[in-house]
Design a protein around this ligand. Structure first.
Ligand code: SF4
Length: 352
């Protein structure tokens, strides 16, 4: 089947009709488009590290890192280079193909740029793709990052232009679009998406999708986040979004930006496995391992690997190495144990 052509002239009406389709029709269409562009059983895995945490001067109403709200988050200065490189190395050993580094800044200060550029060079030298999210970028800053070898820059639009002012007042929608243009101009790939469950309506979700799909070039990565309600932020009591509405956004993103990686992003930890599997069926083909993966024992990471195995999903561009073979052996052991335990309980019930 010929791959669907990439369009940049989506209308709000078209996006709305996709979101309103009968669920099964929408998922079938999304999965069909997905198969024209990707191996349906591969998911790209990225690891995210916060390189500077908290005290951000922006007022994004969902964000625990904003200095405007008291969320009890422990602030951290810019991480030392050695620590970042050690975490990147560990991420690679765990199977991540891309290492994303995020700093809670309005935009990077000149004094911080040399450190940031060094981080890019060193992480890249490990053979990982690099991604950063540092806030707004001037054209010269975007060029410096690209010259250091940065592959991706993440800068989300968050929501529709219409709803944006309800969520952020310290920078404009146009500021965001300007940064995206600067990133493209410098030759880097774009990671750009939004957050669902901010109190927006379906029109806003359609509006965001149209903005993303009508950029001169589709973002290579489109993170679709579900709001994580953090105590102390203005959105801590936001109404829950119907999870099926979330899956619909993933499916519509897949159809409208067929060659982009659609990332199941923040909020995944609160989703059950069935919902995550539905998201993969709808065309999501990228995930984050949690940033705490590398510093603490992380059962989440093992749960992800087990879910991949149960669904027959492979991690994209994953290089086989000895430690992974060991990891696989451990998973097989865990699965066998589960299977035996299940039999044991059945047998007990029968004799009770
Ligand atoms: S700019 Fe980023 S770190 Fe700062 S408040 Fe907004 S989302 Fe949080």
């Amino acid at each position: 089947m010929a791959a669907t052509t990439l369009r940049h002239n989506w209308t709000l009406e078209e996006a709305r009709s996709l979101l309103d389709m009968p669920f099964n029709d929408l998922l079938f269409q999304a999965q069909s488009v997905h198969r024209q562009h990707f191996d349906p059983n591969e998911v790209q895995v990225s690891t995210l590290l916060s390189i500077k945490t908290g005290a951000c001067p922006e007022d994004c109403k969902y964000c625990p890192q904003s200095g405007h709200y008291n969320t009890g988050l422990e602030k951290e200065k810019l991480l030392e280079l050695e620590k970042v490189v050690a975490e990147a190395r560990a991420a690679k050993a765990k199977g991540a193909s891309r290492f994303c580094m995020g700093a809670a800044w309005r935009s990077p200060a000149e004094k911080d740029m040399p450190y940031v550029l060094d981080m890019i060079r060193q992480v890249k030298s490990l053979g990982l793709e690099t991604c950063m999210t540092l806030g707004m970028l001037q054209p010269e800053q975007a060029e410096e990052l690209a010259e250091a070898g940065l592959d991706y820059y993440n800068h989300n639009l968050d929501t529709s232009e219409k709803y944006y002012n309800h969520i952020i007042t310290t920078r404009t929608y146009q500021d965001r679009l300007d940064t995206l243009a600067n990133v493209r101009e410098a030759g880097m790939k774009v990671c750009c998406g939004g957050i669902m469950g901010l109190g927006e309506d379906e029109d806003d979700r359609a509006g965001l999708l149209v903005q993303l799909a009508n950029l001169p070039q589709h973002p290579e990565s489109v993170p679709v986040n579900m709001l994580v309600k953090v105590k102390g932020t203005p959105l801590e009591n936001a109404e829950d979004l119907d999870p099926f509405e979330f899956v619909r956004v993933i499916a519509a993103a897949r159809i409208m930006m067929p060659a982009s990686h659609v990332r199941l992003s923040a909020g995944r930890e609160t989703m059950n496995e069935e919902l995550q599997a539905l998201c993969f069926l709808a065309g999501a083909n990228s995930i984050f391992y949690g940033e705490k993966l590398l510093t603490t024992a992380n059962p989440e990471a093992d749960a992800d690997t087990l879910l991949f195995r149960r669904l027959g999903i492979r991690s994209e561009q994953r290089e086989q190495c000895v430690s992974e073979a060991r990891e696989e052996a451990a998973i097989v052991g865990a699965l066998e144990h589960e299977a035996t335990r299940h039999l044991f309980y059945d047998a007990t019930r029968e004799t009770a």
